[in-house]
Each structure stands twice: as C-alpha cells, then as structure tokens.
Design a protein around this ligand. Structure first.
Ligand code: GLA
Length: 732
C-alpha cells in the first residue's frame, strides 16, 4: 500500500518505489513532519521527534506546564501562524477581529484510491494503467473555523508525491487569506546545497549551486508570469551529491504566475522549504462557505544524484502532465519567420522563404509577428487579430492553402494577452487592460496587458482564437506573452479584492487555454514568453513545447539548455538553427554546431532560407533528415545525461540521450574554449549497459559499455573553437 496510517502511533507513511514520507499527529493535534528520504519499512519513527526546553520558544496552552513542547523547533507539515513558530509560515490569515493567527489541528483524514481533484489549474494525472492513492488531512483552526485541507497523491512508480492545499471558510464571516503555500517541507539539520535557476531575458535558467547558510533564501516572481528571472523549480541536495550519486530533493510548482520558493535555515540549523503563490501582492477574501485552491506542487526525492532526479521529473512531465496527443508524437521540423524577416515581410517574401525551406527538409512554416492589424513594428496593432491584407493579399486562408500546397504545414504567431494603445481593440475597450484609474500607466515593449481577471476579456480571446482557427487550417500556434505585468488593478473588482488580480489573471489564462487548446488537439501549440519567460509545468500542460529562449546563439544556448534540463525534458523545448553571425551576440559558430545544439530539443530553423547558398541548404536538408531518422526518437523518449557542467568545464560541453532499453545513444559535444597544443581529453559516457558492446555509427570498432563509461572516448584534438561532434551508438 502506498499510504499507510497507523492508528496507534497516529503516523502516516507515504511510500513510493524508492522513497518514504512520514508525518505524525502530535498529542495536541498538530501535524508534525517525521521523515522524507530513501525508502524505509513501516516502523515507529516517534524517536525522530526530540523535545527540549529551549529559551524563547513559547509553549502552546494545551501543553500546560510542559516547556519542552514548542512549535518553534518542531518539524511541521503545515505550519501554524502566530502560535510560536517564527519561521516563514505555510499560511497567513487575517481573521474578522483583525488577528493574524491560524492554528490548524488535525480534524480528520481520509485515504482513497486515485487522485484528489484540483479545479481551475493544471495538475498531474495518472496515465492509463497507472494507479495511486491520495490522502486528505483536514486542519481546522477552531476559533476562526478556517480549514486547511492538505492533499497528497502518491505516484508510486515515479517516486513522486504531489501536494496541494485547499483553504475552506466554514465560518459565517469572511476570512482574508494573505499567504497559502502549496507545500511546506521541514527537514532536520544537515549539510545541504541549494540549486536554483535564476536568469534574465536572453539568458534564462542559469544553474546556480550554493551552500545553504543560516537565514532565509528565496527565489520567486512578482512579474505576473513565472518569469525569465527565476524558475519555479528548486533542488535541495546533500553537499556530496553529484550527477551520479547522493540524496537530493526537487520541488516544482505547476503554476505560471507569481510564485515563491523559499528555504529557511533556522536557529537550530533545521530547514524549511516552502513553495506556493508569492504572498507579495496577494490577498484573497474568502467568503463564508467559499474556498481557495493553491496550485499543485511536485515533490521528488532521488537517492541517485541529480541525474536520477532529472530522469524522474522528465518521465513525470512527459507521461503525467500534458494529456494532449501531440506529446507522444514526432514534432515537425519547422522554420520560423521571426529572425528571417522580423516585421519586414509580405506574402511573396514568406512564400519564398517557405519555398527555399522545402529544400532544407522543413515540414512546418511558421509566420511570426507582424501579419495582423497595423502591426508594422512592435508599437502598434496588438489586439487586432485580423490579417493585414496589404501584406497578405490572399488572406489567412489563401496563404495557408498556398503553404499547404507546397507540402508544408502552416503555423502562426499570436500574443492574445496583450494590447497596444494604437489598436482598434484599445480604442473600443480602454478599460480592458490592467491600469489603475487616475494613475499614469507603465508600458512594456510599448504594450499593455489585458485584464484576464475579467470574463469578457477571456471570452474575447477565445472568440478571436476560435475564429482564426476556423478561418484557416492552422497546424501550429505560437502563443506569446511579451511583457511583465505592472499597474495590476482591475476595474471589475472592488478595492478590497485588488490583491486577487494577479492570481485571477492566471486563472483567466487557464480558462482561456482550457477552451482554446484542449478543444483543438489536432493543433500543436508552442508556448513562448519572450522566449523562456513562462517555462513552467503549467504551461507545458497546454503547450507540449516551449520556445526556450529568444537567444539563439548556440554557445549561450549550451548553458540555457543545460539549466533547463534539470527539471524539463529536452523534448519540450524548441531550439533552432539561426543565422551567422548570431543576431543576439554576433558570434560566429559553424552550421554543424548550430545543428548539434538545436538537436538538443525540438529541432527547427530561424533564418532567411533565401539567403542560404545551395550548399548550405543541402547541409540543412541533411540535418533535418538526421533529426528525423536517428535523433528525434531518442530526444522524445530517451533518458538525458549531462556529461559535463558548462560552469565548471570551460573546455567543452557534452550531453547524451540513451534509449530506455539502453541499446542506442546519441552523444553530442561542443568545444567552448580552445587552447593551443590542447590536452588530450576523454569523454566518459553514462547510462549504458556495462556488459554490452556498442558500435559508433559509421565505424567498425566496438567498445564495451564499461569501457565507454570508465575510460571514455578521445575528444578529437583537431576540433577547433566552437566546433562540435555528435554521433549515434548502437548495441551490437
Ligand atoms: C517574442 C518571441 C520571439 C518573437 C517576437 C515577436 O520576443 O520570443 O520569438 O516571436 O516576440 O514579436
């Protein structure tokens, strides 16, 4: 059984294949955390709770004169607030009398088969044939009648526990919720590192590993989207944990808006990890009988190092997140018009680009920004989703037909959540955007953000998207979002509810995506937010692939894709071969290297095909064929191995994909810092069968898996700066 409750010790144990999670109801009804780590048998864990009389640690009334019971140092499953626990809390409620106290005691619990329900937001689900159990524990604050319902679901084979919290108001007065974490994890003292993925536009998800020190450490977003700056993924690992070995915990939040992940090392060196909606700018009024649902958090523990952790997240996101049929299908090799033409195109030019792209093995042509309204630059037109007939005289359906007649699929760019002041939409509905009455507004890329907390705005987006998708046979949609939110105030809500707008925006977006994306399973949706500004699991639920970064420089991409790979399987990130010198950095990188890096994800092109020589187009054709013939299957379903860390190994960056059967592999390497009279280096492979023999494609010699992993393959000394190699291995 995955979830066991022991009546005598009042202990819950949640078992996955390799891990155990334990908690206990204290003698006073508090829910305490006992253990999370590698799997242990069903045994008594009470000794893990050690009580001491400590100065300045208050004792709750129910403990009487017992000065050893204090919430100040006990590991809690979901913290109280205002009752003597001074660490960062799981919840903050303002009660009708103005007090800020919440003391949830276990009221009851239930264990049931399948998954708890979570409405209004994306969440994981079991795939066909998979089974699991859920646990719901109700923590009631007697005085306010506010109740936190903690939900857990065990994905046994995946070594994953999902968690969420629902706050219910059972009183007859409104309660104001100012913080509700989706999960809290209290751990005993130890020597830990934390790994986070900070970044910026054009340089997202930079791997950052630092020792945990006393105090509060936080990453999060207050930009309205999960952001380029921080990603809702957090790793806590023991000091000695490496790619191959050691204990680590990963936490992911399935949410696309403002989030907070904080780690506190307290006075006794214990750790508290919180993950949830960012309490900054958050305040929700919960009326009598109403409830509030926190987004889902995913908790995974690996005793097999960071690679083990990544593999678990990759399998989980591939199999249990996005239910759309496209996830499991091969994705077409595409060409996108953005870096080819920016806003400067007409139908004739697009058809030429598409025509030449055929010679490159491209299967899908994507018309990016600039095709609608008065969109001749990024200063106007957003909101007016009618094709500009001056640029595209055949109209959307005419152009689509022409592209299809060339034997290509057709894709289109939209940015539905935004509006330019210079647009028909804004002139008709100036109140539809986020801006506070009487205050000057703040522009970003000269655009404003539509107020998706308003139902009529969501309805408008659904209706123009439906119209567009019925007007022409569109195979692919790139859904973009190009600024951070500001002036977050909605004309549709009263003053006391303005703290709800950020979250209501996200809920509105999910409602829109539910209607548009889920009702068009035949269309491949690609997420985008100035590249990777909303690269989170909630978006992956709707978009099987996301444009990873606006930075197409192959060398910068090595780091971006490295960081992204810790949580997200490479088959969900788009990577394109772009022009040389690169538009973002000016760097010159060989075409083959640009291919190698772009084939560490969903492969495509982002350049003007009409400017390539016949020889270059032939090379691109080979690249597309290589991708389709050998690489796509491994990228979609194989296990991903990071073979070097680009922040430590400055000479080269390498990675591989190994099939689940371990009979095939794709190995890739790029030289990042060439030195004269170079040392002979060897690349040690990973994830192969020790006893099996492998042959490199196109060569006769054979190597055992053991040799390839222990001694490695020589990295050719003749490789020059930014040159790369990529080859397939096959078991023989
Ligand atoms: C964003 C996207 C780009 C491109 C432009 C168009 O920056 O990330 O790929 O679509 O918008 O304006």
């Amino acid at each position: 059984m995955a979830i066991v409750y022991n009546e005598n010790s009042r202990t819950f144990l949640l078992h996955t294949k390799n891990t155990t999670y334990g908690m206990k109801i204290s003698r006073y009804g508090n829910l305490l955390h006992l253990y999370y780590g590698q799997r242990i048998p069903d045994e008594n864990l009470d000794y893990l709770i050690q009580l001491h009389d400590r100065g300045f640690s208050p004792n709750p009334n129910e403990a009487g004169n017992d000065r050893t019971f204090s919430l100040d140092f006990l590991n809690q499953e979901f913290s109280t607030d205002g009752k003597g626990d001074y660490r960062s809390p799981s919840i903050q409620v303002v009660n009708p009398d103005g007090s800020r106290i919440f003391s949830g005691k276990v009221k009851d619990h239930r264990i049931f088969p399948g998954k708890y329900t979570l409405s209004g937001m994306p969440s994981l689900s079991f795939q066909e044939g998979e089974a699991g159990e859920s646990l719901e524990i109700r923590l009631l604050d007697q005085e306010s009648q506010g109740e936190a319902v903690l939900c857990y679901c065990v994905f046994e084979d995946k070594d994953v526990i999902t968690r969420t919290v629902r706050f219910e108001n059972h009183s007859d007065k409104p309660l104001r919720l100012e913080r509700l974490m989706s999960m809290t994890l209290d751990l005993n003292a130890g020597a830990y590192d934390m790994i986070t993925f900070p970044g910026r536009h054009l340089m997202e998800r930079e791997f950052t590993r630092v020792p945990v020190t006393p105090g509060l450490h936080a990453v999060g977003s207050s930009r309205g989207a999960s952001s380029h700056q921080y990603n809702p993924f957090f790793i806590l690992c023991e000091k000695e944990t490496s790619e191959d070995q050691g204990l680590c915990y990963g936490v992911s939040l399935i949410y696309s808006g403002n989030f907070l992940m904080e780690l506190e090392q307290d006075q006794f060196h214990k750790l508290r990890l919180n993950a949830g909606i960012n309490p900054k700018d958050f305040s929700f009024l919960i009326g009598p009988g109403e409830s509030f649902q926190a987004p889902e958090a995913v908790l995974c523990c690996s005793g097999e190092g960071l690679t083990g952790l990544s593999h678990r997240f990759h399998d989980l996101f591939r199999e249990n997140l996005c239910r759309l049929p496209y996830v499991k299908k091969n994705r077409p090799v595409l060409i996108n018009s953005w870096e080819a033409a920016y806003f400067d195109f007409d139908e004739e030019k697009l058809l030429k680009i598409a025509g030449e792209a055929k010679k490159m093995g491209v299967e899908l042509f994507v018309m990016d920004d600039g095709w609608f309204g008065s969109r001749d630059s990024d200063n106007a037109g957003l909101g007016d989703w009618k094709v500009n007939l001056k640029k595209i005289p055949s109209g959307l359906s005419g152009l689509t037909e022409k592209i299809h007649a060339m034997g290509l699929q057709f894709g289109i760019w939209v940015e539905p959540e935004m509006v330019n002041e210079d647009s028909e939409l804004y002139r008709a509905h100036p109140d539809w955007c986020l801006k506070a009455a009487g205050r000057p507004m703040t522009r970003g890329r000269n655009q404003l953000v539509l107020d998706l907390s308003r139902q009529e705005v969501c309805d408008y987006i659904v209706s123009f998207m439906e119209e567009m998708l019925s007007e022409a046979k569109i195979d692919y949609v790139k859904w973009d979002m190009n600024r951070s939110l500001s002036d977050v105030w909605s004309g549709a809500l009263p003053a006391e509810r303005q703290g709800e707008v950020f979250h209501r925006y996200v809920l509105g977006l999910y409602r829109v995506l539910d209607q548009v994306v889920l009702s068009h399973p035949e269309v491949l949706f690609c997420g985008c937010c100035g590249g990777g500004g909303r690269f989170d699991p909630a978006m992956l639920y709707y978009h099987p692939q996301i444009w990873c970064s606006d930075n197409t420089d192959a060398v910068n991409r090595l780091k971006i894709q490295y960081g992204t790979s810790f949580a997200y399987p490479p088959c969900c990130l788009e990577a394109h071969v772009s022009t040389c010198p690169n538009h973002q950095t000016g760097r010159e990188v060989p075409l083959r290297t640009r291919e190698i890096v772009a084939q560490n994800g969903i492969f495509g092109f982002e350049l003007d095909s009409t400017k390539l020589s016949e020889e270059e187009k032939a090379q691109c054709m080979e690249q597309s064929e290589r991708y389709r013939r050998n690489n796509a299957k491994l990228i979609l379903s194989g296990d991903y191995y990071r073979l070097s860390n680009p922040y430590e190994n400055l000479y080269y960056n390498a990675w591989s994909y190994v099939s689940k059967e371990k009979d095939r592999a794709l190995v890739s390497l790029v030289i990042t810092e060439k030195e004269g009279n170079d040392a002979q280096r060897f690349l040690k492979l990973r994830g192969l069968k020790k006893e099996a023999f492998y042959q490199i494609e196109g060569r006769q010699d054979r190597f055992s898996g053991a040799l390839l992993m222990q001694a490695g393959l020589p990295i050719p000394c003749g490789l020059r700066q930014y040159e790369g190699i990529s080859f397939c291995l096959k078991e023989v």
